[in-house]
Design a protein around this ligand. Structure first.
Ligand code: BEZ
Length: 210
């Protein structure tokens, strides 16, 4: 089944390295990142899981839970964790789903048969506290992901969920943002005093706080 932005994230119950997880219940009021990696004991995946483990405090700051998946069993994930600790400096400090029957992979369309009919591609889903899909990214197995980019998107999603703004190309926390077109100039004067107009459809303001 393919899932699109705005769809409800399919719920599931799965075995993980931290016990059985019922996805929606486990998310609670948090944001979530669900990401797949093709196989255990593979080099790119080893670096990715280490990278996410090192960034865990950044996900925590953003009230975001991370959950990884591969179609290998939970006990293989457990054995691999010590290699990840040894080579990356940190073992996974978040749960990994053992999706041997590919139940979750199928729900989230993580197997692309023309790439591989046995392993998942590198999918990333960001899920909001309303359990809706906010971001859906797909990378090939040969390309490790940029998890700082995922954090950057979460910053944008959380900001734009609160304020009537959008974020420009390559925006980072603290940089100016764009006032959405739903906001009239009159309303913009009230909400974003001192905003600048480059074109009637391109208005910038300081990043709102709060
Ligand atoms: C890797 O993680 O290194 C990898 C996994 C599957 C295919 C290619 C690379």
């Amino acid at each position: 089944m393919s899932t699109r932005i705005g769809d409800e994230a399919p719920d599931f119950t799965a075995e993980t390295t931290e016990g059985t997880i019922s996805f929606h219940q486990w998310l609670g009021d948090s944001w979530g990142v669900l990401f797949s990696h093709p196989r255990d004991f593979t080099p790119v995946c080893t670096t990715e899981l280490g990278a996410v483990a090192r960034l865990k405090p950044e996900f925590d700051k953003r009230n975001t839970k991370v959950l990884a998946l591969s179609v290998d069993p939970v006990d293989a994930h457990g054995k691999w964790a010590s290699d990840i600790a040894e080579t990356q400096g940190t073992a996974p400090n978040f749960p990994l789903i053992g999706d041997e029957d590919k139940k979750v992979a199928d729900l989230y369309d993580m197997i692309h048969p023309n790439a591989s009919d046995t392993a998942t591609v590198r999918s990333v889903f960001v899920i909001g506290p309303d359990k809706k899909i906010k971001l859906n990214l797909t990378y090939p197995a040969s390309t490790g992901r940029s998890f700082s980019e995922i954090l950057r998107v979460i910053d944008s999603l959380q900001l734009t969920a609160k304020h009537k703004v959008a974020t420009p190309a390559d925006w980072k926390q603290g940089e100016d943002v764009i006032i959405t077109k739903a906001v009239s100039d009159e309303e913009a004067e009230e909400r974003f005093p001192g905003f600048t107009t480059v074109k009637p459809y391109l208005r910038y303001t300081k990043q709102p706080t709060g």
